[in-house]
Design a protein around this ligand. Sequence first.
Ligand SMILES: *[C@@H]1O[C@H](CO)[C@@H](O)[C@H](O)[C@H]1NC(C)=O
Ligand SMILES: *[C@@H]1O[C@H](CO)[C@@H](O)[C@H](O)[C@H]1NC(C)=O
Ligand SMILES: *[C@@H]1O[C@H](CO)[C@@H](O)[C@H](O)[C@H]1NC(C)=O
Ligand SMILES: *[C@@H]1O[C@H](CO)[C@@H](O)[C@H](O)[C@H]1NC(C)=O
Ligand SMILES: *[C@@H]1O[C@H](CO)[C@@H](O)[C@H](O)[C@H]1NC(C)=O
Ligand SMILES: *[C@@H]1O[C@H](CO)[C@@H](O)[C@H](O)[C@H]1NC(C)=O
Ligand SMILES: *[C@@H]1O[C@H](CO)[C@@H](O)[C@H](O)[C@H]1NC(C)=O
Ligand SMILES: *[C@@H]1O[C@H](CO)[C@@H](O)[C@H](O)[C@H]1NC(C)=O
Length: 617
Amino acid sequence: MYIFLCFLLLFHSLIPQSSSQDRYFKSSLDTSALQGSKQYLEVTPPLPSDHLTPLCTRSLLNHDFANTVGSPPISVPYSPPSDCPRLRKWNRVILELTVSSRGQQYDRIAGLWLDGAELLRTSTAEPNSNGVFWKVRKDITRYSYLLTKTSVNFTMMLENVVDNVFTGIYHVDVSLFYYKMDGVRVPSKGKLGFHKLGRLGKSGGRIRALYETPDRELGIKELEKMEILRKLGGNTRGLYETPADLIIPVNNNVTDKGYWFRIQSETDLRSKSIRIPRHTLRAVLELYVSFHGDDEYWYSNPPNAYIKTNNLTTPRGNGAFREVYLSVDGNFVGSEIMIPVIFTGGINPLSWDPVVAIGAFDLPTYDFDLSPFLGNIMDGKYHTFTIGVSDSIPYWLVDANLHLWLDRRPYALRARTVVREAADLKLQRSSKFKKLDGLFKVKAARRSRFAGWVISSVGNLSTTVLQEFKFKNFITFRYGGTHKMVKQKVKSMTEVWVEDTRGEVLSHVYMKRKYPLAVAVTNHSTWWNDGTFLLHTNVSHSLKQNITFGVFSNVIHNNQDSWGWMKVRGNAVLSRQAKTNQTFDYQDDFGCYTRNVASVTGRILNDYASSTCAPPE
Ligand SMILES: *[C@@H]1O[C@H](CO)[C@@H](O)[C@H](O)[C@H]1NC(C)=O
Ligand SMILES: *[C@@H]1O[C@H](CO)[C@@H](O)[C@H](O)[C@H]1NC(C)=O
Ligand SMILES: *[C@@H]1O[C@H](CO)[C@@H](O)[C@H](O)[C@H]1NC(C)=O
Ligand SMILES: *[C@@H]1O[C@H](CO)[C@@H](O)[C@H](O)[C@H]1NC(C)=O
Ligand SMILES: *[C@@H]1O[C@H](CO)[C@@H](O)[C@H](O)[C@H]1NC(C)=O
Ligand SMILES: *[C@@H]1O[C@H](CO)[C@@H](O)[C@H](O)[C@H]1NC(C)=O
Ligand SMILES: *[C@@H]1O[C@H](CO)[C@@H](O)[C@H](O)[C@H]1NC(C)=O
Ligand SMILES: *[C@@H]1O[C@H](CO)[C@@H](O)[C@H](O)[C@H]1NC(C)=O
């Protein structure tokens, strides 16, 4: 039983000092020689292709990332597999990243790109002297356009340091698995799986359904809509699931530092000029982003006045609000508050051992439907796409992929933007402090609405995009700044609908995400005079997501609660205890997946998984 020690302690400041402060590695712990290499994991639902045998497999990269800081990324040539059975063409691709490491090392960030377009942003687990390994699997079917290209580069960047203190080398393997998946998914309550789609035949000039579905027949009208949807990049599985016809990266062309942009401040806007085909039906910008250095814990940064008044030297200021925003030719087109992903060395490394924090192995990406703006950017000229991060301090790694769906006839289309209502950011900050104790609040909200139409071979279709977020952050410092509490709530909503000229809604996507975070840290500096201190940490965070696409929907409730303490000297953890409890619930119209994992000080205590749907309440 652990004894709460706060009664006797001299309190020391919890104010972060610099970027290496607040980052820990597990040092010489976990050395019991009996333990073998340990598997790390991020809790995710199984992929629909998991039960299938791949048509073919391709090993892409096998590389040891040792002392790679400042080096250019690794590039290898890629072409689609030539040994895949020709007639049974693949239509689903899974990327599998396998990593192992042994020794002492911080968590590191990595990016994987194909032809300059990012496929995966991932961070590493912190190794130990017995070794660790893990696997990340991501469905990259969305990038089919790139995956069918020949003689392009597959690139991976992972900046690591290996010297006489940091010994962990990351051994990396990247493979691709190509599958053929038949059928479309049609809801059938309570049953998981796919219903084979017969042929979409024409009968009497109408599209006729040949579905084999036990519970539900789609009417002809719905089928017609689905045909249009398919052309627009939508289908039954989610948002823009039909792969785009073209992907143009919004990336850094100085590639010896990786394809991402390194953003250092609010004024450090990064742009790329892009020309898009004149027969584009639909455009979606997919944003990749991660935060590092002095902004790794941006959600816990106090305002500058607090730092200045207390004569602190920390660069971790600017308050706790960051907004990543996008513009085209200088006009705002969208923004988002990032999900606060905690890397494996973050806050308390024991909390993420061996189950990593939500999103740490497959960082969330953010989609912005830019279709309403096609009228402005489809003129055959170059347009400037810009990414910025408000209030940022070094450093943020960002880039984006522009996914474009094209009309089947290559004629220039007519399009126009008709609504552009980007409400100004509503931002309220309040700050109250006395010496090192204080209370800081930030509240922010933004709501935008954009609409535009495109006339193509599928008719005159109007797209309306509604985007909204609400943000709240509270930070308290108590007991001379030795107790810090962060509470953050973010609610983000996107709604996109496509209508024909009669006002008939052909497609409706609604996506809601909530990602609350609570962190409490107490720093007890005790009788040790050598810089040793004791930290108590509580972290709880969630990702609740609800995507509704026409009649289909999928819902994720992912929650982690972690409690722990650790004794630290320098950046090394000397002794510790931690307990993490994660519950993951996924539900769509085809089935459910639940997983409940509890870990205690680096060991899995219980791990329960089920794909049975709970009976309706
Ligand atoms: C905790 O306090 C000690 C002693 O003042 C300090 O060296 C250390 O950086 C503090 N730790 C954190 C996380 O603030
Ligand atoms: C691929 O990478 C190699 C080595 O880094 C580089 O020389 C070459 O120019 C790249 N090719 C393309 C098409 O980017
Ligand atoms: C890289 O991008 C910059 C800014 O858009 C541009 O001026 C430059 O010509 C580009 N360089 C290459 C090699 O494409
Ligand atoms: C900060 O420094 C100024 C000038 O050296 C001094 O007057 C002030 O008392 C200091 N404040 C604190 C909180 O130490
Ligand atoms: C396309 O449809 C929108 C509304 O649905 C309409 O306002 C617009 O005038 C139409 N465009 C043309 C060229 O008819
Ligand atoms: C963490 O949570 C536990 C249990 O709720 C509580 O007793 C403890 O004070 C919390 N620790 C911190 C640092 O807030
Ligand atoms: C998801 O959102 C839809 C649309 O607002 C709603 O009808 C549904 O009840 C939501 N599902 C959950 C589980 O929140
Ligand atoms: C984990 O959390 C879930 C939901 O919050 C709870 O039902 C369960 O009892 C917890 N398990 C442990 C071992 O704490």
